[in-house]
Design a protein. Structure first.
Length: 181
């Protein structure tokens, strides 16, 4: 398995085994497509957070994910959400940046996939109270994975949740790989 993806690095560093479809998802650049349901929390401050992070409005839509090693592009029905990924070898954590947010995560093993625990959150470089996360990736079949990503903040409640499924599409061509980073 190629360890280009920070999630794969973090799993390897922590001895977390991934099912084959998740190794494929995290092991090499590719295009994955499926369906997602996006939910936002309530209240003006809570509704602002997903917008700052570049997330789409609530609803059910087609989703397409380009898993380049150091940055992912999620296309939720025409609404693009980009993130930058890195692996912190010192802590064994994944750092994912959405707009002004930086989220630190650690993978944990589960029987049929991985869970991701949020270990830190920053906005414009300033630490924020750590949200609770119930983020899971599961192997549904040999070629399909299910995801359920959520963040809940103390006092504010649900900020965002998006869940659904993905299947690998054709691998990107060499030209695509050079433009995704």
């Amino acid at each position: 398995m190629e360890l280009g993806d920070p999630f794969a690095h973090a799993c390897a560093a922590r001895g977390v085994a991934m099912p084959p479809v998740l190794r494929d998802f995290h092991g090499a650049p590719g295009i994955w497509a499926g369906q997602a349901e996006v939910t936002h929390g309530r209240g003006p401050l809570v509704r602002l957070a997903p917008r700052l992070g570049g997330f789409p409005p609530p609803g059910t839509c087609a989703v397409r994910v380009d898993t380049a090693p150091h940055g992912w592009t999620r296309d939720f029905g025409g609404h693009l959400t980009r993130s930058r990924l890195s692996f912190d070898a010192e802590t064994g954590e994944i750092v994912e940046r959405f707009g002004p947010f930086a989220i630190r995560m650690t993978p944990q093993a589960s029987p049929d996939g991985i869970d991701l625990a949020i270990t830190g959150l920053r906005l414009f470089g300033l630490p924020l109270p750590r949200p609770r996360s119930a983020t899971r990736e599961r192997a549904e079949t040999a070629t399909r994975l299910r995801f359920d990503v959520s963040a809940t903040a103390p006092v504010l409640g649900l900020i965002i949740r998006y869940k659904g499924w993905l299947e690998r599409q054709e691998p990107p061509d060499a030209d695509h790989l050079h433009h995704s980073d």
